[in-house]
Design a protein around this ligand. Structure first.
Ligand SMILES: NC(=O)c1ccc[n+]([C@@H]2O[C@H](COP(=O)([O-])OP(=O)(O)OC[C@H]3O[C@@H](n4cnc5c(N)ncnc54)[C@H](O)[C@@H]3O)[C@@H](O)[C@H]2O)c1
Length: 257
């Protein structure tokens, strides 16, 4: 079987970021039209330009995934442009600040949960009816190693990624007989801006040392490249994974959790 998304429409949130951009480019390379969503306008537009440079069809919509009206607007934009949504990469997230729970500002906790959980929930809430009407669709939520393991001072992020698995499993059950699959990818460290920000906050002035220690603890000795995570996401969106649903698939260079 060949991976071919010709004629299909994909929506990617967090499309200006490392993994979102990689999966937008990967989906476009196998024929999908891509609706790119991000709060960061310049980064989203850069992804749009990169997709077009490689000959693909892309449309960027600036939206905050935690705001229902803006989620409805990006779904409407995809339908207006191309009439359907076959693939949904529900990927945008924010790591939050780095504090122990007792020191964590409540409004920051709310912000992390709003983007990472409410945003994923709203995406499912408004994309699944489109897929249900089509009788076809595949959703890939971006969860994390943090869906299984805790990291000191990343409590809200960890809680949010556990919640993404809860939403993934529930949504999968609810649409399993409707031609729609819902899975999650659970990456270990991936070489993106988010991870660099986390390292800089965890080890001010010695982020490189922390990075070296962390990569040494990974069996294959390195962080994932965003394109490797994108490959798994494309697989989970494709018919090659037609009997896989409700799963969180780890991609982590051989670690066991
Ligand atoms: N980098 C890692 O090590 C790693 C590991 C496991 C999981 N993840 C997950 O992968 C996904 C992508 O992260 P990344 O590593 O590419 O990070 P990134 O910071 O490069 O990209 C995240 C993107 O999400 C966007 N975003 C943030 N808040 C938003 C909002 N409210 N509305 C719309 N867009 C918003 C940002 O502007 C950014 O472009 C996230 O869900 C993250 O939690 C990352």
């Amino acid at each position: 079987m060949k991976i071919d998304f010709s004629g299909q429409v994909a929506v990617v949130t967090g499309a200006g970021g490392g993994i979102g951009r990689a999966v937008a480019l990967a989906l476009s390379a196998v024929g999908a039209k891509v609706l790119l969503v991000d709060l960061a306008e310049a980064a989203g537009q850069q992804t749009q330009a990169l997709v077009k440079e490689q000959g693909g069809d892309a449309l960027f919509v600036q939206a905050d995934v935690s705001q229902e009206a803006q989620v409805q607007a990006y779904v409407a934009a995809a339908l207006q442009a191309w009439g359907r949504i076959d693939v949904f990469m529900n990927n945008a997230a924010w790591q939050g600040e780095i504090h122990a729970i007792v020191d964590y500002p409540v409004e920051m906790f709310d912000k992390v949960m709003n983007i990472n959980v409410r945003g994923v929930f709203l995406g499912l809430k408004h994309v699944l009816p489109v897929m249900t009407a089509q009788g076809k669709g595949a959703v890939v939520n971006t969860a994390s190693l943090g869906s299984f393991l805790a990291t000191r001072k990343l409590g809200p992020y960890t809680a949010s990624k556990h919640a993404v698995m809860g939403l993934t499993k529930t949504a999968a059950l609810e649409v399993a007989r409707k031609g729609i699959r819902v899975n999650a990818v659970c990456p270990g460290p991936v070489d993106t801006e988010m991870l660099r920000d986390i390292e800089a906050s965890q080890a001010p002035g010695s982020a490189e040392h922390l990075r070296a220690q962390r990569t040494a603890s990974i069996p294959d000795g390195r962080y994932a490249d965003p394109a490797e995570v994108a490959n798994l996401m494309v697989y989970l969106a494709s018919d090659l994974s037609s009997h896989i649903t409700g799963q969180g698939i780890q991609i982590n260079g051989g670690s066991h959790y």
